[in-house]
Design a protein around this ligand. Structure first.
Ligand code: GDP
Ligand code: IMO
Ligand code: MG
Length: 432
């Protein structure tokens, strides 16, 4: 029963795309269970760089069937743009399958995302502006448009009419915007129906049949644990469940099928958008991590906020996702530091916390308590085994492993697929 989940452990951009790509050669299906084109994964294959947003990174592996699961929200314009871009670069996109139950990001969802952010003013979330929140709101509010609705014009029209009756009131009376035309929206979406139809299937049957045959299915979560609407730093989160449980719901795979949950952990911490971030740096160390790590959002081009490694966050992520393995990424970015701090506890208004505090207020007030580890200056990008790493880098990795309470199975030492140290095979016996 080899279903394996990949989950971001921090606030996103840990290198999930690279990890999926790395495992891609040995899996049969890669399903994206949540999120939409708010994600941005950079994958470098033999020096060639690919940027993926809506499509799972598994699409870059020729023998993989990439799947967009029921939990995803799909912007159709973005979907076909991305497919065309990849096809133009010689990537075969014909294998892509899309769940009939996935929801559609309509143009009005994007409009609403932008106007609500503006309306929030200082309290804005700093969303990607892709309409993700409003689409999931409609899904939960039972006003959503699903992929399958594109194949029934009269149902599509009824649903859009229903959704816009309420939204146009909001747009016109509250946000001072023009009302959205029902027919224009219907035609906008219908324009994609013919091209979409051959890709759309019941992906739950597709994936479970594959598992029955003993094939390997990888669930590639977008976003990350602390952006999860239940477990993250609410309200500064995305509107889906990017944690391990959400990956199951978002692909229709039951928990007993899962044999591994791989947490992707950056060797330091980054965040895009607003919200608390205890180990954030505002000095030249932060600027250095940003520069050396090329920490700029793929999706919106915003510089990522940077800070030191936060062991409380990772321990919490291990707990709620039940990670079996950690893939540690971007260790090379720390090369050249004299000392590498690890946040091992928080001081919250004079009280020491060794676990994530219970309330958002406490998390906002959390001051990091650091343990200092010696740094290393040797270039590690060519290292391919633990033995080749300088002792100080090995000690850092070992300390992170102890603090996480989960084995570190692979270590990223550079952006390329090949720049990886594999300590234990995270797929183990689960794949060929
Ligand atoms: P994702 O959203 O989790 O897939 O991550 P992103 O692609 O948004 O951000 C991770 C960035 O780090 C990408 O630019 C990767 O090419 C790069 N990257 C991944 N692993 C490593 C690594 O081990 N070392 C370095 N230097 N870069 C890495
Ligand atoms: P990947 O998959 C980093 C952040 C946004 C914002 C918040 C809500 O590349 O790791 P949304 O548009 O989802 O409503 O925005 O979530 N965010 C991400 N940050 N990486 C991502 O994806 C993100 N997807 C959303 O910056 O703070
Ligand atoms: Mg990203």
């Amino acid at each position: 029963m080899p279903a394996v989940v990949i989950v971001g452990a921090q606030w996103g951009d840990e290198g999930k795309g690279k990890a999926t790509d790395l495992l891609g050669e040995r899996v049969d299906y890669v399903v994206k269970p949540n999120g939409g084109n708010n994600a941005g994964h950079t994958v470098v294959v033999r020096g060639e760089k690919f940027e993926l947003k809506l499509l799972p990174a598994g699409i870059l592996s020729p023998q993989v069937t990439p799947v967009i699961g029921n939990g995803v929200v799909v912007n159709l314009e973005a979907l076909f743009e991305e497919i065309d871009l990849l096809a133009a670069r010689g990537v075969d996109t014909d294998r892509l399958r899309i769940s009939a139950n996935a929801h559609v990001v309509a143009p009005y969802h994007q409009t609403l995302d932008k106007v609500t952010e503006r309306f929030l003013g200082k309290r804005a979330i700093g969303t990607t502006g892709r309409g993700i929140g409003p689409t999931y709101m409609d899904k939960a509010g039972r006003l959503g448009i699903r992929i399958q609705d594109l194949f029934d014009e009269s149902i599509l029209r009824q649903k859009i009419e229903g959704a816009l009756r309420q939204k146009n009131e909001l747009l016109v009376k509250l946000y001072n915007r023009r009302a959205v035309d029902v027919e224009e929206t219907v035609q906008d979406l219908l324009a994609y129906a013919d091209r979409l139809r051959p890709m759309v299937v019941d992906t739950t049957i597709l994936l479970n049949d594959a598992l029955d045959r003993g094939e390997v299915v990888l669930m590639e979560g977008g976003q990350a644990t602390f952006l999860d609407v239940d477990h993250g730093t609410y309200p500064f989160v995305t509107s889906s469940n990017p944690t391990a449980g959400g990956a199951l719901t978002g692909s229709g795979i039951g928990p007993a099928r899962v044999s591994g949950v791989i947490g992707i952990v950056k060797a330091y911490t980054t965040r895009v958008g607003a919200g608390p971030f205890p180990t954030e740096l505002f000095d030249e160390d932060g600027e250095r991590l940003q520069r050396v790590g090329h920490e700029v959002g793929v999706n919106t081009g915003r510089p990522r906020r940077c800070g030191w490694y936060d062991a409380l966050m990772i321990r919490h992520a291990v707990r709620i996702n039940s990670f079996t393995d950690i893939v540690l990424t971007k260790l090379d970015v720390l090369t050249g530091l004299e000392q590498v701090p690890i946040c091992v506890a928080y001081d919250v208004d004079g009280v020491r916390h060794d676990q994530m505090p219970m309330t958002q207020t406490e998390f906002h007030h959390a001051q990091p308590i650091y343990e200092m580890m010696p740094g290393w200056s040797e270039d590690i990008t060519a290292c391919r085994s633990l033995d080749e790493l300088p002792q100080a880098a090995r000690d850092y990795v070992q300390r992170l492993e102890e603090l996480a309470g989960c084995r570190i199975s692979a270590i990223g030492v550079g952006p390329d697929r090949a720049d990886t140290i594999v300590v234990h095979d995270p797929l183990g016996q689960r794949a060929r």
